[in-house]
Design a binder for this molecule. Sequence first.
Ligand code: MG
Ligand code: CA
Length: 548
Amino acid sequence: MLNWMKRQPTQDDSVYSIPHNLARLYKTKLFPLEEYTRFQEFHSPLLDDAHFTSRPMVLLIGQYSTGKTTFLRYLVERDFPGMRIGPEPTTDGFMVLEHNEIDALIPGNALVVDPSKPYGGLSKFGVNFLNRFQGASVNSEVLKHVTLVDTPGILSGSKQLTRGYDFIGVLEWFAERVDRIIILFDAHKLDISDELRMSIQALRGNHEKIRIVLNKADQVNTQQLMRVYGALLWSLAKVFDTPEVVRVYTGSFWSNSLKNEENRKLFELEKADLFSDLQTLPRSYAVRLLNDLVKRARLALVHAYILQAVRGETGMFTGSSTKKKIVDRLAEIYNQIHKQHNISLGDFPDLEQMKHALATRDIGKLPKFKKDLVETVMYLLTRDIPPLMARINQEELKSDDNVLRGGVFDAGASPFNEGFDEGVDKGQGEEKWIVDEERERWEKEFEALIPNENGKIEGRKAKPHFVRTKLPNSTLGKIWQLSDIDRDGCLDYEEFALMMHLIYNVALEDYPLPDKLPDHLIPPTKRKPVLSKASSVDEDGELYPKLN
Ligand code: MG
Ligand code: CA
């Protein structure tokens, strides 16, 4: 009995994640048809709980000492059980890092028999592999969203090591199941060894999952880095044997100080790009699960129709000559089903494989067509799936729920963030109003426009002054909205200065404009007073100080 069958079905779907909903839909709606039509004998094994409820996985590959284990520790921002880091090959096995409240080290033998985990298929690699397979349970927010897989350091040069198990086979197994494959290179000693070449070849068919990290890039100067980068691209193109360009992220992926600071800015940008790629994994994982389920449901329907047709043609005669006749006519049967049920031929199983599967079976014993099981699957496709698809799109909008968090992904706002002190963010946290830094210049221009007796310049009079900047009207309009704080259609000195600041230090410097004025840019006399015992609401009941 499969693990999830012991569980009670739940009815309130919305509180459960999309993968949980898909698991429930599979077991209640698709599984019965698959099981009845012996789908697993013809196509692929029936799915268990772990298929839906395990987390997206990221696989790390690289020659030894390229910083794989260090990279993982950097991502989760903590040490983990079984972690060993050093210059010689220290990680001699596969290790999966998973979330758990309590830190623990789990042996491979236990991992592959745990039905709640997706590693059952690894048992075929034998005891030598299982002795080199471990799980580290780590209490980490990052790992609540994604499982990380560390791999043994790949040997350099043409050295060969008998590992005692099918290393490439295990890599292939993981490559098919993970959502991202990160290959690390060391900028300091770039080398693509024979074993690495073979490993990359094992990733064939999963190229879209691959990201390259050129690590330790701070160990060389800019000129050396450019050479290494070029050499890496050239070598990769040869190994991958595909015209598609793989994205290479250059940087120093650990928390130690940079040896060479020349490219600090570049490294920060590259890191940000890689992290935003990884952060979308939980969402794309849900999309992939859903697409796979839809594909599978369509195939199950087609499978049921094929069996129905074959049974119909068999009639009373189940002998080998009848069987041969039917198998020969299978292409024709496909066409009939395609027309009758309006199913795309792309959803049909491979013709030759199906012929073979039928030829090796007693077609007299194929299950009869069961209309209710088929209708349940149609309902699944037409009624149950669309709302889930809509929910995925919705959750994309409130992206916070569905992205990687914790560890290095939670840097928070700080002076060390990219862009902390640039554009509209410049001056945040400072007591002085940043706009005043150029007070002399703004005052001179303000006076030149001859303010009225209230000390203001009317919009009509101010307009030509701003149009001179050649900024489009839409941009100037937006800046005006941000600057005319009391919305009286005029600018007092502070509003004018703010507008000039937004034009010259933000818009013309190509920084984005905010939709709402950040607190630190609000002119000092227009800020909400902090209510304390000393302050009180004035006679008009206004919290804002009176404008002069
Ligand atoms: Mg390692
Ligand atoms: Ca105003």
